[in-house]
Design a protein around this ligand. Structure first.
Ligand code: PNS
Length: 172
């Protein structure tokens, strides 16, 4: 009997990766044998952090999760999913406002690659309000985002968005 490894892809802009993302990834890593965090290079968006920075920060954040890897891709998500041998796409759902957009993407992806299932994990209560754009905004104006970000990347995010705050909270 042939054995297949269950592989899930968790796509996003990760600009930057937040504690909300990390919570979803950690929970997905318990459901699937391998999880690939896929940093999407979206030509329609101009990210704050470069592709390399977003990949590097995601790698630092998931370093403690042995069955999680990070990759970067420019193209249709389903093409990556097919090539990676994955059968699931992981998405985190926060407010109900996420749902309409995510539902549409799930339906499009299902149409393009019918065997791949989109699996929605609901964000924990403390992450319902959290997004990369919230982190960027709060950080730029000097607000404390140490509770929003994996500690491994806090210094890097602050150095870019609010250099005058560097060294606060004892982190570099
Ligand atoms: O973190 P984001 O920006 O909300 O993630 C959106 C993302 C990157 C998952 C989505 O835009 C995506 O899958 N882009 C890849 C292009 C694609 O496959 N589009 C068709 C799905 S509608």
């Amino acid at each position: 009997m042939s054995q297949t490894v269950s592989i899930a892809v968790c796509p996003g802009s990760f600009d930057p990766i937040t504690n909300g993302h990390l919570d979803i990834i950690r929970r997905a890593s318990k459901l699937f044998e391998q999880v690939i965090v896929l940093v999407i290079i979206n030509v329609d968006k101009t990210p704050t952090f470069t592709d390399n920075e977003r990949v590097e920060m995601a790698q630092k954040a998931v370093a403690g999760l042995p069955n999680v890897t990070v990759d970067c891709f420019n193209g249709l998500l389903v093409d990556y999913v097919r090539k990676a041998g994955a059968t699931a796409i992981i998405k985190g759902l926060r407010m109900v406002t996420d749902f309409e957009y995510e539902f549409q993407m799930a339906l499009v992806n299902k149409k393009l690659l019918p065997y791949a299932e989109t699996v929605f994990l609901t964000a924990n209560n403390e992450h319902q309000y959290l997004s990369s754009s919230v982190v960027r905004q709060v950080a730029r104006f000097g607000g404390d985002v140490s509770g929003f970000l994996p500690k491994e990347i806090y210094g890097q995010v602050i150095a870019r968005l609010c250099p005058e705050r560097q060294g606060a909270n004892g982190l570099q």
